[in-house]
Design a protein around this ligand. Structure first.
Ligand code: ADP
Length: 637
């Protein structure tokens, strides 16, 4: 198409989330507005990477505009700053899509959270604002772009309010932008410092020195000077690089604001040659639990960016960021071919091992930083226990648990604290640790001082279902029916006389069990006498051959299937249980039914469930209390 004298203009609104995000940006949540330049340079560098990749199979794309590069042009007279790249460029549709919407899933929820937060700074760091950050310093932005190989040039323009305008470029713009993207920021009056060459140079050196394409600064006189080292940082030797270099490289590749907890930089030589520069962040990105479980490691082949879709690490390490640059893969490898490529598989296996080694080292030498990593990514790493049988034991070593004794316990510490004759690692699954602590199934473990892992992450129900063991000790759920602590001594051995007293209070087991079972017909699979309760009257457990109750509940919710019925365990020494025996022998079947339901529903609540019929529950409670009241008033008479 030709660019007519009458340019074709359309107005488009921003996607609602973009408009919200921009509002937040303009009422600046960042104090460091200068990162806008890092974001734009990072986008320009990505665009140059993409061009080089596409040019492998379509040489003509390089055309007359030469190798990809980035230029920065301040114009004090116009009060504008231009960032120009000769990268891949954007078509009209891409301008609308990329600079008018945010396609990342979960964006809507995240932006809502951001809007409600009192201090958005921390949160926005999880998101990476990218291009939109430029509205912190500019009150209007014009983007002129030509997709590589295209005749068309389009102009996107916005003041950052409700929407943007798309126009076909005029002749002069078409002539000027031979390939790639020219972004002109009309700076706000308080942002004029970004027109000073020394300021620009400082910012580029600070944030973007390691960008592998040359970044040129053009001064007022039209003189051009390269202001970055322009060599791929991962190819440089470690001795040349400072911690700051690494931090900035991390922030650029990850669009992040935090410090990396782990930096892994090495070159592998031998059957496979490749360079690795990987970072483990300390802050969770907002889309960590996105269903796609997409990784963020970029694959390069001999300095040329190929893809960020190659599975260079297993999904349970998807929080790692950075670059792997292979010397062996063919440059023209298609993204589809990467999927089952043996080179990629070999790299993945070796690098996974190295990342785990680094995490192990960190856990040993810097517990504070490790605990941050664990807090942010522990639930993701635990997916590996389920998925990566080969490295299960290594992963289990990394896990930090909240237990009945303490927070952040490792299994090594757990094993050290085993009680005499304890041969299993006990755990309990639930929604939160406090609720779990009050679960009656813990009573008998508590009476023996047995430590119990309190597992509250969603993923815990899954990895425990593969029935792992650690150093020969199997994991065992306390809410399973076959728990027997008889061989582990009690902390306070009951005296003989106490035993006797207890014995006399024991009721006729068979009668009570049968009565409760018949009252709870259809609600429980069985009613059994409990060995695990010391104080509470009842608890719910799963049959030893069934999955844990929490996993079952989750599966049932997902498939909308009813969960299998639990087993009700009752404490034969409890007063309510003896009351059932009394009512049963007196033939008061409706009282037996009320008390049996009361036991069951109480156990449900303590297990984090809501009784199926809350109205019936309340009525029953009222009946029991009223009976208690009339009983005590009779006694008083
Ligand atoms: P992100 O870089 O995190 O995807 P941005 O908002 O910064 O988010 O950019 C959105 C998209 O716009 C990019 O993914 C890219 O496709 C496109 N884009 C931005 N800047 C450029 C550029 N200079 N050249 C080509 N495409 C660009």
């Amino acid at each position: 198409m030709t660019n007519d004298a009458q340019p074709e203009t359309t107005q488009q609104p921003f996607q609602a989330e973009v408009a919200q995000l921009l509002k937040l940006m303009v009422h600046s949540v960042y104090s460091e507005t200068e990162i806008f330049l890092r974001e734009l340079i990072s986008n320009a560098s990505d665009a140059c990477d993409k061009l080089r990749y596409e040019a492998i199979s379509a040489q003509n794309l390089l055309g007359e505009a030469g190798p990809p590069s980035i230029r920065i042009i301040p114009n004090k007279t116009a009060g504008s700053l231009t960032i120009l790249d000769t990268g891949i460029g954007m078509s009209r549709d891409e301008l609308v899509e990329n600079l008018g919407t945010i396609a990342r899933s979960g964006t809507k929820e995240f932006v809502e959270q951001l809007t409600e937060a009192k201090n958005g700074t921390g949160l926005i760091g999880q998101f990476g604002v990218g291009f939109y950050a430029a509205f912190m310093v500019a009150d209007r932005i014009d983007v002129v772009s030509r997709r590589a190989g295209s005749e068309e040039v389009w102009v996107w323009s916005s003041t950052g309010d409700a929407g943007f305008e798309i126009t076909s470029a005029d002749d002069e713009q078409t002539q000027r932008v031979q390939r790639g993207t020219e972004i002109t920021l009309h700076l706000k009056s308080d942002a004029s410092d970004y027109l000073e060459p020394h300021t620009i140079e400082r910012i580029v050196r600070l944030y973007s020195d390691h960008i592998q394409f040359p970044i040129e600064l053009i001064d007022e006189a039209g003189e051009s000077r390269q202001v970055n080292a322009a060599s791929a940082i991962w190819q440089r030797s470690k001795s040349e690089l400072t911690d700051e270099d690494y931090t900035e490289a991390y922030r650029t590749v990850a669009h992040a604001f935090d410090e990396p907890a782990v930096t892994l930089h090495y070159k592998a030589e031998g059957r496979q040659s490749y360079a690795v520069l990987l970072f483990v962040p300390t802050q969770q990105p907002f889309d960590l639990f996105d269903q796609a479980r997409k990784g963020h490691v970029k694959l390069y082949v001999r300095r040329v960016y190929i893809s960020d879709e190659a599975e260079l690490l297993p999904a349970y390490l998807r929080f790692a960021r950075g670059v792997i640059d292979s010397e062996d893969l063919p440059l023209n490898i298609s993204r589809e071919m990467l999927q089952n490529n043996p080179h990629v598989a070999a790299i993945r296996s070796a690098v996974t091992g190295r990342v785990l080694t680094e995490l192990e080292r960190l856990a040993e030498k810097d517990q504070d930083v490790f605990s941050k990593v664990w807090e942010a990514f522990g639930p993701v790493i635990k997916e590996g226990i389920y998925e990566d049988g080969e490295r299960r034991e290594r992963l289990l070593k990394l896990v930090r648990f909240t237990t009945t004794s303490n927070a952040a316990r490792s299994l090594a510490q757990y094993i050290e604290a085993l009680k005499p004759n304890q041969t299993e690692i006990y755990y309990l699954l639930g929604d939160n640790a406090d609720q779990l602590r009050s679960n009656p199934v813990l009573e008998s473990a508590r009476a023996r001082g047995i430590e119990v892992l309190l597992l509250t992450d969603h993923v815990d129900a899954f990895w425990t279902s593969v029935q792992p063991d650690y150093e020969g000790k199997p994991f065992k759920s306390l809410s399973q029916s076959d728990i027997n602590f008889d061989l582990v001594p009690l902390l306070d051995e009951p005296t003989k006389t106490q035993d006797k007293e207890d014995d006399t209070s024991v009721v006729d087991e068979t009668v009570v069990l049968a009565a409760v079972k018949s009252a709870l017909e259809g609600l429980v699979a069985d009613v059994r006498s409990s060995k695990r309760l010391t104080d509470s009257p009842a608890c719910l457990v799963a049959d030893q051959s069934s999955p844990d109750r929490r996993l079952e509940r989750m599966m049932a919710a997902a498939n909308k299937l009813p969960a299998t019925l639990p087993i009700l365990e009752i404490n034969m020494k409890n007063r309510i249980v003896s009351a059932i025996a009394d009512e049963e022998s007196a033939g008061n079947s409706s009282d037996v039914a009320d008390l049996a339901h009361f036991l069951f529903e109480q156990a449900q609540i303590l297990d984090g469930e809501i009784p199926g019929d809350p109205a019936a529950f309340a009525l029953r409670m009222n009946r029991l209390v009223e009976r208690g009241l009339s009983g005590s008033s009779k006694q008083a008479e």
